[in-house]
Design a protein around this ligand. Structure first.
Ligand SMILES: C[S@@+](CC[C@H](N)C(=O)[O-])C[C@H]1O[C@@H](n2cnc3c(N)ncnc32)[C@H](O)[C@@H]1O
Length: 218
């Protein structure tokens, strides 16, 4: 698991520019204890991959580098990617990104949230090799239920690759920045404080994800 650094963009249209120096090594398995490693620590993404919250397809072209042959180590390739994305407004851009990356027939947008994936029949539970969760936990409903739901799609020995905002507990600047939004721990109406991006709540969601883990990448 990695978290966005304070350097570069970690939200908005420039998110890939700001984060790809961390997200690509994560998908290559070159992360250990929250740091990027020179050599692979874990296997890269391979087989059937579930990209949760694919958005407008920001990361779609990255998957092209894992199809056919893994970029490092020559391990098994990615054969199928399911891009789960509930926002109807993102679907056209997501499909355009798939076409532009030459991934038609490999990358399949699934227009629903993780909570409705089973009903689509797009993928069997217990059939996914890898799940990618990239800046998504802040937006999913009922995280406790849906994080458990995510795990139900993994094969035994499957892996989850996580890149998320979390609470930072050092430095006055970050304390000031993150502190006010943490007020919703005291039941301040979430709409007032934009709690969907509350980094302290987010840390709790990441902890839940890890509590359900089947392979330790931290
Ligand atoms: C901050 S955006 C990140 C998008 C993309 N992963 C990226 O890094 O650019 C969060 C995404 O999660 C999606 N999302 C919200 N609820 C979801 C759910 N229940 N299941 C799957 N994705 C969801 C949103 O529609 C949005 O596209």
């Amino acid at each position: 698991m990695l978290t966005p650094s304070s350097a570069g963009s970690w939200a908005g249209p420039q998110v890939r520019t700001g984060c790809e120096s961390r997200v690509i090594p994560l998908l290559q398995g070159r992360v250990h204890a929250g740091h990027i490693t020179a050599e692979p620590y874990a296997p890269p993404i391979s087989g059937t991959v579930l990209e949760v919250g694919a958005g407008t397809g920001t990361w779609v072209s990255v998957y092209a580098g894992f199809v056919g042959r893994s970029p490092r180590g020559g391990g098994p390739a990615v054969t199928r990617v399911l891009g789960v994305e509930p926002n109807a407004a993102s679907q056209v851009a997501l499909r355009e990104a798939v076409a532009a990356s030459g991934l038609e027939g490999v990358y399949e947008p699934v227009p629903c949230g993780i909570e409705h994936l089973a009903a689509t029949g797009a993928v069997e539970r217990g059939s996914v090799d890898c799940i990618v969760v990239n800046l998504v936990l802040c937006g999913i409903p009922e995280p406790q239920h849906n994080i458990k739901e995510l795990y139900s799609y993994l094969k035994p020995g499957g892996r989850i690759y996580v890149h998320e905002h979390v609470a930072v507990n050092r430095g006055v600047a970050m304390w000031l920045y993150q502190g006010p939004s943490s007020l919703d721990r005291f039941s301040v109406p979430p709409l007032l404080l934009g709690s969907r991006h509350n980094p302290r709540k987010q840390s709790h969601h990441v902890s839940m994800l890890i509590a359900f883990r089947c392979r330790k990448l931290l």
